[in-house]
Each structure stands twice: as structure tokens, then as C-alpha cells.
Design a protein around this ligand. Sequence first.
Ligand code: MTE
Ligand code: MOS
Length: 761
Amino acid sequence: MTAVGASLPRKDAFDKLLGVSKYVDDLVFPEMVHIFTVRSQYAYGKLIKVDKEEAEKMPGVLGVVTYEQIPGVNEIPLILKDEPFLAHDYVRFYGEPIALVVAETYEQAQNAAAFVKVEVEPLKPVLSIRESLEKDSPELFNNPTWGKNVFAHYQIIKGDAEEAMKNAVHIYEREYETPYQEHAYLETNGAVAVPGIEGSMTLYGTMQCPTYVHDAVADAIGVDRNKIRVIQTTTGGGFGGKEDFPSVVAGEAAIVAKIFNRPAKLVYKRDEDILGSSKRHPGLIQMKVGTDENGKIIAAQINYYMDGGAYATITNLVLWRGTVHALGPYECENITVMGNGMATNKVPCGAYRGFGSPQTIFAAETLMDEIAADLNIDPIELRRRNCYKLGSKTSTGQVLDQSCGLMETIEKAEEQSGWKAKWAKPAEKKGNIRKGIGVSLVYYGVGLGANGKKIDRAGSSITIEKDGSVMCAIGNVEMGQGARTVLAQITADAIGCKYENVHILEIDNALVPDSGPTVASRTTFMSGNSLMLAAKELRPNILESAAILFGVTADEVEVADGKAFLKKDPNGKTFTFPEVCMNLYLERLKPCAYGWFKAPTTDFDFNETGQGDAYFCYSFCTNIAEVEVDMDTGTYKVTRITMAHDMGKAINPQQVEGQIEGGTLQGMGYGTTEEIRHDANGKMLNSSFSTYILPTILDAPELNPIIVEHPYDKGPYGAKGLGEVPLMGVAPAVVNAIYNATGKRIRSIPAKPEKILGLDK
Ligand code: MTE
Ligand code: MOS
């Protein structure tokens, strides 16, 4: 291995630095029209009438599109298909798209939108999980199995939690709440649809899941899938927010392009993007945990409610992950978890880095801290007594039989943070400015797991060119996380060429079959493995070509790091990789191959017990956060975070550190400042970056990423997955540090100063 394990420069670095990358809004096509969305001004109501007349007379306007004109079906093809592209009978959240104004320029479309008259008969909206659960709440959704307003339900039942709770020496019952979180990717959502030959359509857009967009566009305009080409443009961040939502934008752009037979662009401004696109689900988590006299957990009962918003989108998948991970990485033989995704009249929620688990991790890791405080045990020691080790059984009864580096992450983080010297009981802390330190542990099932196993596959192709350069097509996307870089590194070593010679094509569904979504930190593992399979098919031909050049048999030669040599004489005569490749063509050996990788086996009993091998492998991490709190004002600064991660194998250590640092800051924002607020009618109040408070570089603490490698035997070169883990456990580590500094326990994030002062809950 020469590429894998090295901190090679990013493939996309220079384009981005020099400003030559083309984002979707940079694309311009002849005759292109512009779209502006007319949105609901009510959180809930009956849609009576849309009067387009005046708007259609405005300068530059070509028309106003409402649901009746949709050429295909008015149904976004996500799991439950309950969401329309454009509202038709009801409006179900403030900001829901009702009509599309189409004009020659963006400004003309935007101006005319104000003249579309929408008549709505308002209904009383449901604005929280608690309201949705009420007996006499309006029925927003009817689940035939689980009842009113339940989009999804999952459960885990292992042992007998109720019976075991009776034997507990200590019982802790607590309730925790978590807010919406906005992805705040730098590039807002957008798509351009371009009509092509014979009824075909090409879709350009910023996205994580070209395959979802493919389905959505085909359905929206009512054509076969072979007529739709989806090309992912350089994507300025996704973080889960471009999993489900691009289906909406791309579908709507395609509808307009089809109707007017002209290229159509729909790109959101920031306020529309925050108002209308999916976010992290708010959570309500009720925990009851029983321990023995030493703090060993013997029983757990957990209720997890998620606020799904007005439509189900991918609440099913997000809820399942949160339910499976609800107790955190702790052994417990008797556990019941009930997870419910509830319907409300707010913006629909979807994926956000961590996928439903940061909510339950906040609850579980805060509770662990509460238990440690009550039992007078060092919080790290309590975690050591309970946490997963090699051979442990998870909540779903899965045995962790390899690649479990959690204990090592604890040891490294404890040592490098200086925990032992810094941690002291809150009661011992004095003065106006108080320092505190807090810890959290995370485990994370890599990939889609048993709940997504039918779509957990990935394809790719590799073509070797005559000059020794290598061209790859993959099915998962680059969105900033470094996929193009690590996949090129894996390919280089698997082929035996140099990293510089590998080029990955822009993502295009015409090149690779449906490879599932770019989510769940699955790309390195899934696309990486599929490239390994393609490379494996090519290797005999490459060796054969080299052998012919040397005049020996294929088993006598080696090709690695861009050159061919004789095994028995590695420092002797060599041929360059380009020479080998030119000869490959002259010998007419096959220069291209497809890889198709199916995720390793998973299983789960969805009906009763929730037991089974939920994910094929797990990544682990320990976060230790340090804070300084001003006791007069309740304001505080996060001064340092130490994060030790086991991701199997770090394919590119520098990129791994970048992922850890970026994710940690998002997790810090989640715990400290970020929240979406609504008024009493369900109108969102802070859809801008001046009112939605994100940490900036000035708030960034000293970050200390630590790489711990416990390889997984089915991973490409041992890699598991990393992308989401850095965000997931930061909030509780910060909140536990605040407790350690002040003695004030915070059970609902963000941890605002008024909560620390006890002025707000
Ligand atoms: N890093 C950057 N820079 N930009 C992103 O949009 N998305 C995160 C994470 N890291 C993201 C990111 C999320 S939500 C996921 S699921 C993973 O990257 C996906 O990438 P992977 O499958 O390559 O791990
Ligand atoms: Mo990531 S939330 O799985 O896109």
C-alpha cells in the first residue's frame, strides 16, 4: 500500500480553491427559464383556491404551475409517498410549496409570486410531539398499525426490563429534549432540468442521492427511467440535508422543463432553504435505567419520540437508527426501547449527520453522567464498567466479534485530555469563572443496516487508458467529505498505479446503476469495496501484460505503485505503468471492469423483538469537552475538545482529522446555540443565518483529533465508516462539562446561558 494510509492532497482541492468548480447555480443553458416557489402562509389548512390570473400577466412570466398541471404523479417517491410536489387538498406546514412561477428571469418570477392569490381555510395546527400524542389532537396521518399521527414505530425488546428493574439498587428516570437542527450547508438546494432528445430529460443538481432524484424526476414527469439522466454538480455540503430534499427541487424543475419544453432552473435563497427543506428531527426521550450497587446497568426502558414534521419523508430510517442506538454503547441484558416518529404541522424532517441518534445519545450520555454523579463515581470509570468490549452483545443481541476499539478511544482521550488532573466534583469548584470537563461515548452502525438492506449495494466501473491513466465511475457522491480522494486512493492501490493517475468522473446515473444513497457513512466502505472488486477483475490482465513485456509468466511479476517488476528482483528492471497499459491494449486484453458490491449480511426482527445483527460493523468514539463558565452571566466558552475515533483504517489521515474537526463543531453548535423557533401559529421565526445561531471560527475550541485503528476484515483495507460519528456525541460531552463546572444539569439542548442560570428549563 502506498496511497492508502497517506495524507494525499484532495482531488477537488484546487478547483474549489481557485473558484473554478461549477455549482448548480453557475449553470446556464440557452432559453433557460427561472422558477420561484409560492409557499403556504399557514401551518395547516384546507387549500381552497389558487388564483394565478394577475401573476400570469406580469412582465416576463410564462405561467404559474399548480398541481393539476403535473405531467406525472404528484407524489414524491420516498418511503411512504405521502408528500406531494405541490400542495393540492391541504397545506400542512408553513412554507409548503403550492405553485411555481415561471419567468424569463429570476427577479420576474420572484416579483410575480406576490401576485398569486392563495385562498386557505386555516385549521388548528399541531406544533409539537406532545400535541401530536394528545388523545384529541387532529389526525394528520393515520397509520393502520400504530395509530393516529404515527409515521413509524420500531421497538427493541430484549430480556424482561420490567422484571429486571425490580432488582435494581438504583433507578434513574429522566426526560430529555432536543431541538431541530438546520444543516447550514454553504450551497443551498437547487436543480436545473434540461429537456433532451426523444422526450428525455437531464437533471443537474446539488445532491447526495442521484438515485432518489432519478426516481423522483421519472415519476414527476411520467417517463421511463431510461429517459432520465442525473448529473450531480459540485455539491457545497449536504450533511444529510441533500438526501431527501433534492427530489423535491429536481422534481419541480423537471415538471416546469417538461411543460414549457425549455431548460428550467430552481435554486433557493437561504431563507427559502431554511424554511422549506428538511432538518434534524426534534426529539423527546424518556429514559428509565436501573443499576446494581456498582453502577452496572441491569435494566433500561426507553421511549423515543421524534417530531417528523408534516410528511414522513425518511423518518422511518432515521427513527430506526435512533431506536437501535438508544442506550448508547452499553451492555444491558434487559432492555425495551419504543421509538415513534410523530406527525406535526412543521417542516418535514429528514437526515442530518447521525440520523436520529444524536438525540438519543444526548439523553443516554447525559443520564450516564447523572448516574456517575449520584453514585460518586468518575464518569469515565462508570462508562468503562458498562461499555462494549470485544465480544459484548448490543441492545439488539448482536455480538461484537471484531473491530471494537471503544476502550482504546477512551484510554487515548482520557490520557490526552488530561482528564485525571482536571476532573473534580462540581461541589469542589469555586469562583466566578469555573472550568469543567465532560465525556461521552458513541457507537455507530456503519451503512444502512438491516432496515435498508434491500438498497445496500454499490456499483462502479474502472477503465484503464492507453497512457496508464485510470478512469472510474462511481455511484456515491462527493459533498465535501472527501469521497473522491479516498476512493481514488483505494483504487490506486487495488490497481497498482499511482494516486495521481486515477480520475473519478462526475456522478452520472448513466454510468453506474443505482448504488443506493450517499448517506450513513457508507461510501468509503460500499463504493470502496465495489472499486476493489472491479480492480480485482482487472489485475490478471495487468499482470498478464507486464509478464509479456518481461517474457515471463504472470505469477512471476508484480505491479505496484505505478511500476512493474519481477518478484524475484524487485530492485532490478522495471516497466512503467503506462508501458504496461499500452501493451495491454496492443495485446487486446480487456481494459475495463464493473464492480458490484452487496453489503454484508444484516438482520432484524421488525415485528416483535427488534433483535438481530442490525449493522454489519460499528465505529466508535470518545469525546472529552472542556468549558469555562461565567457564573454571573451563564455564558461560557468551549475551550477544548479531544475526540478519539476508531474508523477501522484511516485511508487518508488528514481527511479523517478534517472530518472529525468539522463534525465536532456541528455537534458543538447542536449542544450550545442552534434551534429553530416557531410562533403560536407555526410560522418559523428564524430562517436566516443572523437569527439561526451557528458557531463560527471564533467559537471554535482547540480541537484534538485522535485516530484509533481497529480494522474490519470486510472493509476496503480495513476501513469502516466515519463521516457522521464526529457530530454525534459532542452535545452531551459539552453539557456534562457544564455540569462539572457549575453543578447545573441541563436536560434540553441547546444549553443556553439562561438555562445555566436556572431562568429557563
Ligand atoms: N463532510 C462534509 N465536508 N460535507 C458533508 O456534506 N456529510 C456528512 C459526512 N461528512 C458531509 C461531511 C454525512 S451526513 C455523511 S452520511 C457522510 O459524510 C457521508 O460520507 P461518507 O459516506 O463518504 O462517509
Ligand atoms: Mo448522512 S445524515 O447519513 O447523509
